[in-house]
Ligand binder design. Structure first.
Ligand code: NAD
Length: 461
């Protein structure tokens, strides 16, 4: 049993702290956000993450997990301190280290000199950040006895508890092997491969992993655009590719691109690091460009169909950046909604869990309580997040409610043939001959506007 302090009780910190307490350790979770801590003290979760609430309650009840806003309280007798604060994008794409710096300074003040405290960077931080944290602590508290370890996190929101408890690997960077081994002991019950390496290599493993996964997504999205033009179906292409074990099936889903609090900022930060050290990160730049293009291409499809976006009523299904989370950071929905509103579209939306978060971000968007009321009177529906709930909708009812049955499936959730049979004007991403631009638009009952039918290019279809 170790005494652990986790600084930053967000998606990563709360999951880390809770899971370590579930493994039998005594954990104090610290945050500067008083509201968050008050909620947790009251047994409520400040975030949505499947399975986490029950685990928090169970371990809090057992006295192994507690929450505080006080650094002295949190660090008293701590053997290991995890820093899990946010590292958002700065103006140049760099990782903004101000929260990590502040946390390191506050931690430094509490460190004793008579026994070793291990400080673990769990936040995704630029290469060299462990040295920076060590410097900050040394400057603030010259007599402190400490060692800094890098332990990047690979969990996925929406599956965070399961990912934490069943990791593919644990990566630890340490300048002293025995200190790395002490952190590795915490993970021993998980029985997974542990890579112990030097600090900078561990930090780079995290960025390289996220950049590679983002590259897979942008790769398949680029292939999807070509499929659309040449009449191939990207879903089948991805299946055929993914069965090759050298390639693998995951992260080959064409759609509206990656979002969330990690991939966008981490690819940007890696490109920034590379550029300022004299490299030319052209692949990473292309990955980011393709990701942006995916969202704009969706709008272009609808514009080409109606001739304009001005005055249309468009429904958005799904707001979170992916299913099973309420996280809307860098969500495709946010970018798409802003672009639509900029062009004079009336936007309404529904998400199974993100409404509270959405209210603080999307002030001009009407939020509905279900998909059917979003469809009612809409000119087009765009599926932005692939929630399971959307797979089971009564699509005949959805169609009957719409003013124009235009279905833009940004996540390739539906079977194109089924949607066409129901009478939708259906478009997926990279579904070849089933693209919108080669289908005729049904006549539009609206008095307000006339609809331009798209020309059917002869070489397609
Ligand atoms: P988050 O924004 O959900 O949580 C960060 C928390 O830290 C917030 O509650 C904030 O109030 C708190 N905080 C900020 N400064 C503090 C300070 N000085 N002292 C105490 N608390 C402070 O962020 P997150 O999504 O949990 O991400 C944390 C880090 O983990 C980031 O570097 C991120 O890149 C990385 N990461 C995130 C994920 C993910 O899926 N979210 C996955 C892997 C890695």
């Amino acid at each position: 049993m170790k005494r652990i302090c986790v600084v930053g009780t967000g998606y990563v910190g709360l999951v880390t702290g809770t899971c370590f307490s579930d493994l039998g350790n005594e954990v104090r979770c610290l945050d500067i956000d008083e509201e968050k801590i008050a909620k947790l003290d009251g047994g409520n979760l400040p975030i949505y993450e499947p399975g986490l609430e029950e685990l928090v309650r169970r371990n809090a009840r057992a006295g192994r997990l507690s929450f505080t806003t006080s650094y002295p309280d949190a660090l008293r007798n701590a053997d290991i301190v995890f820093i899990a604060v946010e590292t958002p994008s700065g103006p140049e794409g760099e990782a903004d280290m101000r929260y990590v710096r502040a946390a390191a300074q506050m931690v430094a003040k509490q460190l004793p000199s008579d026994r070793l405290t291990i400080i673990v960077n769990k936040s995704t931080v630029p290469v060299g950040a462990a040295d920076l944290v060590a410097q900050i602590i040394r400057r603030k508290n010259p007599t402190a006895s400490f060692s800094v370890v890098s332990n990047p996190e690979f969990l996925r929101e929406g599956n965070a508890v399961a990912d934490f408890m069943n990791p593919d690997r644990i990566v630890l960077g340490a300048s002293e092997k025995e200190v790395g081994a002490r952190v590795a002991e915490l993970y021993a019950p998980l029985k997974c491969p542990v890579v112990i390496t030097d600090l900078r290599t561990a930090e780079m493993i995290k960025y390289a992993s996220n950049a590679f996964l983002a590259t897979k997504i942008s790769f398949i999205n680029e292939i999807a655009s070509v499929c659309d033009k040449l009449g191939a179906d990207v879903k089948e292409v991805a299946r055929g590719m993914g069965l090759d074990r050298r390639i693998g099936a995951s992260f080959l889903d064409a759609g509206l691109g990656y979002g969330g609090s990690c991939f966008p900022k981490d690819v940007k930060a890696l490109a920034h690091m590379a550029a300022i050290h004299g490299c030319h990160p052209q692949l990473l730049r292309a990955v980011m460009e393709i990701n942006h293009d995916q969202r704009r291409a969706m709008l272009a499809r609808i514009r080409s169909l109606f001739g304009t976006l001005e005055g249309l009523v468009i429904g958005i299904l799904g707001l979170s950046f992916k299913p099973n989370t309420d996280d809307m950071r860098e969500a495709a929905a946010v970018e798409i909604i802003r672009l639509l509103q900029h062009e004079g579209t009336e936007v309404r939306a529904y998400d199974p869990v993100s409404s509270n978060v959405a209210r603080t971000i999307l002030t001009n968007t009407v939020l509905h309580d279900d998909a059917y009321s979003v469809a009612d009177g809409a000119d087009a529906l765009i599926v932005v997040t692939e929630w399971n709930e959307f797979k089971n909708l009564d699509m005949a009812r959805i169609k009957s409610l719409m003013r124009n049955p235009v279905l833009v499936d940004g996540r390739n959730l539906y079977d194109p043939q089924e949607m066409l049979a129901l009478g939708f004007n259906y478009s997926g991403v990279g579904r070849g001959h089933l693209s919108l631009d080669v289908q005729a638009l049904p006549s539009r009952p609206s008095k307000a506007r006339t609809v331009k039918r798209p020309a059917v290019p002869l070489e397609e279809g």
